[in-house]
Design a protein around this ligand. Structure first.
Ligand SMILES: [Zn+2]
Ligand SMILES: [Zn+2]
Length: 924
């Protein structure tokens, strides 16, 4: 992106004698007060010079730096704001918060909702997985979890807070006056930033080779690849709190100031000696080399060994260990935060990202020769450390540890199965003569079988495994953005409703309206009727649409579906029903039984999610719901399968809420107020657009933003019965349930079946289980007895058949049609013949019992004795040759083969031809 020079012609630079220079190494333009400056001040153009020699007056811990940053901006008129969650439930486009500005996109930055304060300051924990592969190798420049210091000013038209000049001045003063950095050591690099759908020019502040802040002047919205100017210009600063801390400490790596205790602990457990000098030199070198490529990392280690006059193998091992320790420290903190907000490791959405981190951590631990249990100990430490500031970590401690434990267990199982799968794949590759593992196979092995490229490499030493350097970053990238937005309405209708007056909605004010009068505004394609007002609920929020009728004149037409497009509601008529003319007065009538049932089911989902949260833990979120008239389903995130006892408890809790007859209150509320009052838990059903949210509150039990129709009070729901639990995907439990009369019908049906069973068994209900057990025992005994009889009968039959066998070139051929006989018995006879006489070949045809007579299922079994095989006979080949006579297929091994076909009338011919086939085969 070409940026105009004038974007950076800022009074602060001019007034303070900054010069605009061009970096001879990277070509960037940058601002500095030092006329002798030789480069832009950022690595790799400028190597780190702060390691062991910080440019600040004092050293700060991470907590102190956060306080310093917030205190400074508060003193300069900014209101401190508490951090937002790290899981971006209010957004449709991303899963995790990757920058403080995510908190305010899109509603605040686009002017839909006012900012919580203006200007404001926040230290926001952020997670980015885009550089996952570099976390470790760059010694702390890349982290997956970090705190972004955001000082934000929102400039509305005619209401300017501050813009570029003040932003840079505030930054510079904090560095120089606040921390004592020499003014001429700071450089500001010109740049253009884009993220989260917005863009604008920015400057990157660098000291001693470290970029510590990005000051963005957000003024564009990215649209269709172009830029549109926003009415609101936003100051979006990203102060890297961890990097600022590192700068003041000059520590050997960027991880040391963040995780002093955690690094000690992991190194101690793994028996790794921490060599500060080696680490510091490696960090210095890392700033000048491109470590994104494997060659860069190899080169770094070679130079380090040379520099310190050490054995390369020793350096290699020390750095590999350090990288693993860094990654474990970083990933476990990220996991603690993600899991504390109720994300369950799984194969989809944010759960996938959690799983990616958990598995990578487990692998790093293995590299350090540490078992999975080390993960839990390290996690305890992280929860303790970060829980001081972020209390949700401590509150969710047991859920975090439990979820991780389950995930480690799942990973072990997956790996075991994956190894079997991998062996098959390796076999296939060898057969095809492929010496290299294709990328899509590697991705699939990782995604579906938990096998990372390193493990694949170990297990398949003769196959080249060459994953791209950024394998994990690519995988994370594929799963990080663009939540799926289900497109239910035909795109084409959107254009058709343009210009039509918004439909007046009757179902919110008075959900009990069954019948209403309205006027026809428009009819589209003869099937979609638009009214000026309606009480028909359109499909949305997981609730299916109302059905009913429209009456006009003497006609009565069906409404089979209702959809909402923008602010216009379309009523779809039944096939062939005549549409009313535009302008006609109609009477709408809703199928009330159906709607009542939908309201009951819908209200029950709110009751059940409240119960799940209390029973299973705060991680239990709604992962999806579908409210239908007959039965509904509710998906809940949970890392274990529900036990029958838990299901019964959920039902009891729901029943308790029902009998308390708590009012279900609906109210419209500004988004920011709803978030402030109830927190982000209101987004159970996913992100909801708009300035005002419709909040549904069931006393203290549950509060959600929801656009559906509900009962007036919980008592109207009646009975809530969970009919079954399914597992649509890992980490999600699906409750199938029914309410009110529907629930009663299911229970009545279950009782009816019980009664019938009880009658058939001749046992009272409470003795039925024992009665069935007894039956099963009896059946087992009978089966045993039967098999003894079959054996005895078969033995007689075998004698008889061998006695009648024909002699063909030294082998004994038994070719016979056994008629209707069970498969087990036929098998027994066939194998006995070959065992009793090694020269025998048994060709036994039979028709399967109960599978149609005459032109029915025909089977041929072929067994060959050892000597017969030695003479060139192959039972599988014989079966294959005979199969066409019974119009089927066949095959097998030399000692046994079988054929099956649909034409039993071909059996005699097949048996006649057998002799010829045998002779042919023995001649070779
Ligand atoms: Zn440069
Ligand atoms: Zn609802």
């Amino acid at each position: 992106m070409e940026i105009g020079e004038e974007e950076f012609s800022i009074p602060f630079f001019k007034d303070n004698g900054f010069l605009r220079l061009r970096c001879p190494v990277c070509g960037s333009f940058y601002w500095t007060q030092n006329p002798d400056s030789r480069n832009c001040g950022d690595a790799p153009c400028q190597p780190y010079t702060f390691i062991g020699d910080p440019p600040t007056r004092a050293r700060y811990s991470l907590d102190e730096m956060r306080d310093k940053f917030i205190g400074y901006f508060e003193a300069h008129g900014h209101t401190p704001i508490s951090p937002y969650p790290i899981v971006a439930r209010w957004r449709e486009d991303v899963y995790l918060v990757g920058a403080s500005i995510y908190n305010f996109q899109p509603y605040v930055t686009e002017g839909v909702v006012p900012p919580p304060a203006n200007p404001l300051v926040i230290s926001q924990p952020c997670i980015r997985l885009t550089d996952l592969d570099l976390v470790g190798p760059t010694n702390g420049r890349h982290l997956t979890i970090f705190e972004m210091g955001g000082a934000h000013a929102f400039n509305f038209p005619g209401r300017e807070v501050y813009w570029k000049d003040e932003t840079i001045r505030l930054h510079h003063e904090l560095l120089t006056e606040g921390l004592g950095v020499r003014s001429e050591d700071v450089t500001y690099k010109e740049h253009f930033w884009s993220g989260g759908g917005n863009a604008g020019p920015d400057v990157e502040a660098c000291i001693s080779g470290l970029e510590i802040s990005t000051l963005v002047f957000m003024k564009y919205k990215v649209e269709d690849g172009g830029l549109r100017e926003l009415p609101i210009r936003t100051v979006d600063t990203g102060y890297g709190i961890e990097r600022w801390t590192w700068l003041t400490q000059g520590s050997p790596s960027g991880f040391h100031p963040i995780y002093p205790e955690v690094i000690e602990e992991i190194a101690g457990e793994a028996g790794v000696k921490l060599d500060s000098r080696l680490i510091a030199e490696s960090t210095r070198l890392s700033s000048t080399l491109n470590l994104e490529r494997h060659e860069g990392r190899v080169e770094a280690r070679r130079r380090l060994a040379e520099l310190l006059n050490l054995d390369l193998r020793m350096v290699d091992e020390a750095l590999s260990n350090m990288e693993a320790i860094y990654a474990v420290a970083d990933h476990t903190k990220a996991l603690a935060f993600i899991l504390s907000e109720g994300v369950i490791p799984s194969n989809v959405e944010e759960g996938y990202l959690a799983r990616l981190l958990a598995r990578r951590t487990l692998r790093m631990l293995r590299r350090l020769d540490l078992g999975d249990e080390a993960l839990l100990r390290i996690m305890e430490l992280q929860i303790h450390r970060w829980g001081r500031t972020f209390t949700q970590l401590r509150e969710m401690r047991s859920e975090i540890l439990d979820a991780l434990n389950v995930e480690a267990e799942k990973y072990r199982r997956t790996l075991k199965r994956g190894v079997e799968k991998l062996n098959r794949i390796i076999g296939q590759l060898r057969e095809k003569g492929l010496g290299e593992m294709p990328m899509e196979v590697l991705t699939q092995l990782y995604d579906s079988h938990g096998l990372d490229p390193e493990t694949v490499k170990e297990l398949a030493p003769d196959i080249a495994v060459n994953p791209p350097e950024d394998f994990y970053s690519r995988i994370a990238q594929r799963h990080s953005t663009v939540k799926a937005s289900p497109e239910t309405v035909e795109e084409r209708l959107k254009a058709r409703v343009e210009g039509i007056k918004p439909t007046e909605i009757l179902y919110y004010e008075r959900p009990e309206i069954k019948k209403f009068k309205a006027k026809v505004l428009e009819v589209i394609d003869d099937v979609y009727v638009v009214l000026d007002r309606t009480a028909f609920y359109p499909e949305g929020g997981g609730q299916v649409a109302d059905q009913g009728h429209l009456g006009y004149g003497d006609k009565h037409v069906r409404v089979v579906d209702v959809q909402r497009i923008g602010k216009v509601i379309l009523h779809r008529l039944g096939d062939g029903d005549p549409s009313p003319p535009v302008g006609a007065e109609v009477v709408g009538e809703i199928d009330w039984e159906r709607r009542l049932s939908l309201m009951r089911h819908h209200t029950a989902t709110h009751i059940l999610i409240g119960a799940a949260r209390r029973l299973l833990g705060n991680h239990a979120w709604q992962a999806g719901a579908r409210k239908e008239a007959d039965r509904s389903r509710l998906d809940i995130t949970h890392y274990r399968h529900l036990t029958p006892k838990e299901v019964a408890l959920l039902e009891e809790m729901a029943c308790n809420i029902v009998v308390q007859d708590i009012p279900v209150e609906a109210s419209w509320m500004p988004r920011e107020e709803a978030e402030r009052l109830y927190g982000f838990r209101i987004y159970q059903g996913g992100a909801v657009p708009g300035k005002e949210l419709r909040i549904i509150r069931i006393g203290e039990w549950d509060v959600e933003a929801c656009g559906g129709t509900h009962c007036h009070s919980t008592g109207q729901v009646g009975l809530v019965k969970i009919l079954g639990v399914e597992h649509p995907q890992d980490g999600v439990e699906r409750l199938i349930f029914a309410t009110g009369p529907q629930a009663l019908r299911h229970i009545q049906e279950a009782y009816r079946i019980l009664e019938e069973l009880s009658g058939a068994l001749g046992a009272p209900r409470d003795e039925m289980v024992q009665a069935v057990e007894a039956l099963k025992e009896k059946e087992k005994a009978l089966e045993k007895e039967l098999s003894r009889y079959v054996k005895a009968a078969s033995t007689r039959k075998v004698e008889e058949l061998l006695g009648e066998a024909a002699e063909i070139d030294g082998v004994k051929l038994v070719a016979v049609d056994l008629g209707y006989i069970g498969e087990a018995e036929a098998m027994e006879i066939s194998s006995q013949i070959a065992r009793r006489n090694p020269y025998a070949v048994a060709i036994l045809a039979f028709k399967e019992e109960g599978k149609g007579r005459g032109f029915g299922t025909a089977r041929i079994l072929v067994s060959a004795g050892e000597e017969a095989i030695r003479r060139g006979l192959n039972a599988g080949e014989v079966a294959k040759a005979l199969a066409p006579y019974i119009r089927g297929g066949g095959g097998g091994r030399p000692y046994f083969g079988q054929a099956g076909g649909v034409d039993a009338s071909g059996i005699p011919r097949a048996l006649r031809e057998a002799e010829g086939i045998l002779r042919e085969m023995m001649r070779g």
